[in-house]
Design a protein around this ligand. Structure first.
Ligand code: 6PG
Length: 251
């Protein structure tokens, strides 16, 4: 498989959620048919909540829940019941509402006061689940990502040290603007996926999207989402009209 890039601009956030839900259903159906299981990494933020809510409401009959394995691409350094927890958001909007076994859900143990230890622990969880040999990266069927207005994705923030990581799967990345570490997949993991889907909604994302998708001179270190380009996989951007408002009409 070669790499591919598609930018899909939908009119409203609701249409964006519907298109992304369709992508999840298609990727899951195909993965289960071909390999007997579907591995997905979820993201935090407000945009995926709309997708999760839709999946929970409509997809009960069409998704192969028993063969679906849920992971997270990043987590805030908080316990799972904290209002900021990405796990908590996904659990409330999706996992608690679908017939998924607890054994199919792999959350990041971010309640560990030592963020680096939590990252190490999750890296081992990935190595075990995907049966990786040293130096190998997991090949997720689908990684969902968002972007911040500053161009960050997962918890890979502009100019942060974690951007240069080449061998680890999961790291604790210091985020200077929030004065905290966050636990995040590294770029090699994002770029090893079969498919990556970015969801971006709202005008506050428009300048970063222009820099990421159309401005060749904008550096990746400044806009980390630009560094996500699956080596042998599919990259799809799901945007609403507001997020796409600074892109040229052809995009
Ligand atoms: C997080 C994320 C983060 C998020 C973006 C977009 O934990 O905050 O995983 O990378 O995806 O900040 O967030 P919104 O969807 O809220 O704009």
């Amino acid at each position: 498989m070669t790499s591919s890039l598609e930018i899909r601009t939908l009119t409203t956030p609701q249409e964006l959620f519907e298109a992304a839900a369709e992508e999840v259903v298609q990727a899951a159906t195909q993965a289960v048919a071909e390999r007997g299981r579907f591995t997905i990494a979820l993201s935090g933020g407000s945009t995926p909540r709309g997708l999760f809510t839709l999946l929970a409401a409509n997809a009960r009959s069409v998704l192969p829940w028993a063969q679906m394995f849920f992971f997270w691409g990043d987590e805030r350094h908080v316990p799972p019941d904290d209002p900021d927890s990405n796990y908590r958001m996904a659990n409330e909007s999706l996992l608690a509402k679908i017939p998924v076994a607890a054994a199919n859900v792999f959350r990041i143990p971010a309640e560990n006061p030592d963020a680096a230890a939590a990252a190490q622990d999750y890296e081992q969880t990935l190595q075990k689940f995907f049966q990786l040999r040293p130096g190998e990266f997991p090949r997720f069927d689908l990684i969902l990502l968002g972007i911040g207005p500053d161009g960050h994705t997962a918890s890979l923030f502009p100019e942060s040290a974690g951007l240069s990581e080449k061998s680890r799967l999961v790291i604790a990345n210091w985020v200077e603007k929030f004065k905290t570490s966050r636990i995040t997949f590294t770029l090699p993991v994002l770029n090893a996926a079969r498919s990556v889907a970015f969801l971006a909604s709202g005008t506050d994302k428009a300048p970063a999207l222009r820099a990421i998708l159309e401005d060749e001179s904008a550096p990746g270190e400044r806009y980390p989402a630009k560094l996500v380009r699956p080596n042998e996989g599919k990259l799809t951007w799901f945007l609403d009209r507001a997020a796409a408002s600074q892109l040229s009409p052809a995009a």
